[in-house]
Write a protein that binds this ligand. Structure first.
Ligand SMILES: N[C@@H](CCC[C@H](N)C(=O)O)C(=O)O
Length: 355
């Protein structure tokens, strides 16, 4: 099925990787001036896409309009890990099926994204609920970069009355993001789960019920892995036989990644982080994501990486994690055992999909 869309490019601050053609004022919170509002409403329409009449509304009402022929969305990214965000606050059922999400995420025949995220009404007393479909249509419990995009999207949609923080119910439990003065988002990602059967992994636990620096045979090559769940499963590796400290740029991710993802020891499949230690507080990581493949960044993956690095004695609790799309600041705090992630999240454009 063909997907057509119109797009509108917002005048918020683009990140390093977003559209170079824009030279907007550097603003972190979206609050358009009358001039910007006019620009917002004049849509840029890509040549291969269908057009329809420009909507004379502001950004939030454009997204909220209950059009029966088009589904409005916003495209965001966190360090190049990109998502289609849907305002779904009027219903607790996602307004798109997993099958449709697969089409929308397709980079040739759709919008192109690593996943589709829905902002749903709160559950269990939280302000909002987040659900997400990976680009293969599977539904993960959590997404770190996605939750930062979610927070920015909500701050653009709603008048938060000066609040910078709110609560989100996710498949991984309660998540609390906070929008900082500089526009970055810090997220309390909760406690890592280390018990092998809860990650889940069938690898035998070797340290306090956890799998730490254990051998894993992947197609005849022995890797050393630590398994961590941040609500979703991660397998973190710093070394393999013959290579004590990985040089991550040399890895053929598309070849190795799927072998980890579908390995029999990971009953729920797994995300895999390949990590190079640059110093005690500086790690470099590439990721193969469950249900999405190689992405430019993975927030939960960066959190799992720092937890694994601490457990293996390779780094301290406060690290910069360099990902292909940019850096994340991760702290695994000793006092409360929570992991805190800080990084950027940026809007790319607004658009409409035919229903
Ligand atoms: N990119 C995400 C993780 C998204 C979910 C993942 N693919 C899974 O299936 O667990 C992040 O930033 O955490």
């Amino acid at each position: 099925m063909a997907i057509a869309a119109t797009i509108s490019i917002p005048l918020t601050s683009p990140s390093r990787r977003s559209l170079n053609l824009l030279h907007p004022p550097s603003r972190s919170t979206f609050s358009p001036t009358p001039h910007q509002r006019r620009s917002l409403n004049s849509r840029l329409v890509a040549s291969s896409m269908t057009t329809h009449a420009p909507v004379k509304t502001s950004f939030p009402s454009f997204l909220q309009s209950t059009d029966t022929t088009f589904l409005h969305f916003a495209k965001y990214h966190g360090l190049g890990n990109d998502f289609v965000l849907i305002d779904n606050r009027d219903s607790s059922e996602p307004r798109m099926s997993p099958e449709k999400a697969v089409q929308v995420c397709d980079r040739n025949f759709g919008v192109g994204a690593d996943g589709v995220i829905f902002v749903l009404p709160g559950t269990n007393g939280t302000d909002y609920t987040m659900r997400i479909f990976n680009s293969d249509g599977s539904e993960p419990e959590m997404c770190g970069n996605g939750v930062r995009c979610f927070a920015k999207f909500v701050s653009h949609l709603e008048n938060l009355h000066g609040r910078h923080s709110f609560t989100i119910h996710t498949g991984a439990g309660l998540i609390v993001p906070e929008i900082l003065e500089d526009g970055n988002v810090r997220v309390d990602m909760g406690e890592p789960i280390l018990k092998a059967s809860d990650v889940p992994t069938k690898l035998p636990a070797n340290k306090d019920n956890a799998v730490v620096n254990s051998e894993l045979d992947v197609d005849g090559v022995i890797w050393r892995v630590t398994c961590v769940s941040m609500g979703n499963p991660h397998c973190v590796t710093f070394s393999r036989e013959g290579s004590q400290n990985l040089v991550v740029d040399e890895l053929k991710l598309a070849e190795i990644g799927p072998k980890f993802e579908h390995h029999e020891v990971f009953p729920a499949r797994t995300n895999t982080e390949f990590v190079q230690v640059l110093s005690e507080s500086h790690l470099k990581m590439r990721v193969w994501e469950r249900g999405a493949g190689a992405t430019l960044a993975c927030g939960t993956g960066a959190c799992a990486t720092v937890v694994a690095a601490v457990l293996e004695g390779r780094a301290g609790r406060n690290c910069t994690v360099d990902l292909p799309g940019g850096p994340l600041q991760i702290e695994w705090r000793e006092e409360d055992n929570h992991v805190y992630m800080t990084g950027s999240a940026d809007v790319v454009y607004y658009g409409s999909l035919p229903l």
